[in-house]
Design a protein around this ligand. Structure first.
Ligand SMILES: Cc1cc2nc3c(=O)[nH]c(=O)nc-3n(C[C@H](O)[C@H](O)[C@H](O)COP(=O)(O)O)c2cc1C
Length: 203
């Protein structure tokens, strides 16, 4: 059987979600997937980016990461989305990309894609779960198959115990508070595993 194709689609101002995306890539590759790590287009003006050293550094460090397109969504069997929490919700950059999918949604091309989501926030109770569930609401409209981590691995407890999707708290210095690497890798592997079951079942 050909490999499961996974698109990891993220937005990140200060690097957290980029790191989550890279860890997800690591897990998915270990699970045998063909992976594309893709960023959504930045919408903020350059002046806003330049006003934050961390934002500027992340923008420069990720300048060669390809920008996601609808073609990537058609290509992949499975998607993992990762976005910072913004006022308890998905970042506008991520939402803007999602809102360009109308044509392929209408053509039925997002049906039965296997999806999972991750997020980060400045506060443990600052809306991380709401952000993940907000992404899942969109994916229900797609007819996608949502694969939450649940409590399927010990790493999820270490990461703070979010069964909806791995999320991490970021402190004032931009450091991750919880140790989430293994939970991210597990989530990616589980997403690939379910995508593989579905791919096999459809052959
Ligand atoms: C405009 C804005 C809104 C934010 N809203 C929230 C929020 O509702 N709850 C929270 O805990 N953190 C909030 N934060 C903090 C971000 O979630 C945090 O900086 C982000 O998760 C870091 O991810 P990144 O490094 O990938 O950009 C907000 C930050 C910004 C700039």
């Amino acid at each position: 059987m050909e490999k499961v194709k996974l698109a990891i689609i993220y937005y990140s101002s200060t690097g957290t979600n980029y790191q989550l995306a890279r860890w997800a890539e690591e897990g998915a590759k270990e699970a045998g997937a063909e992976v594309r790590v893709l960023k959504v287009n930045e919408l903020a003006p350059q002046s806003a980016i330049d006003s934050s050293p961390a934002w500027k550094a992340t923008s420069e460090a990720t300048k060669d990461v390809p920008i996601v397109s609808n073609e990537d969504l058609e290509w992949a069997d499975a998607y993992i989305f990762s976005t910072p929490t913004r006022y308890g919700n998905v970042s506008s950059q991520m939402k803007q990309f999602i809102d360009t999918t109308g044509k392929i949604w209408a053509e039925g091309k997002l049906v039965n894609k296997v999806v999972s989501a991750m997020s980060s926030a400045g506060n443990a109770h600052g809306g991380q779960e709401a952000t993940v569930k907000s992404l899942y609401t969109t994916m229900m409209h797609w007819g996608a198959i949502i694969v939450p981590p649940g409590y399927t691995d010990k790493s999820i407890y270490v990461a703070g115990g979010n069964p909806y999707g791995t999320t991490v708290t970021v402190d004032q210095q931009g450091n991750m508070v919880e140790d989430v690497k293994e939970a991210v890798k597990h989530q990616a592997k589980r997403t690939v595993m379910v995508a593989e079951w579905i791919k096999k079942g459809r052959q």
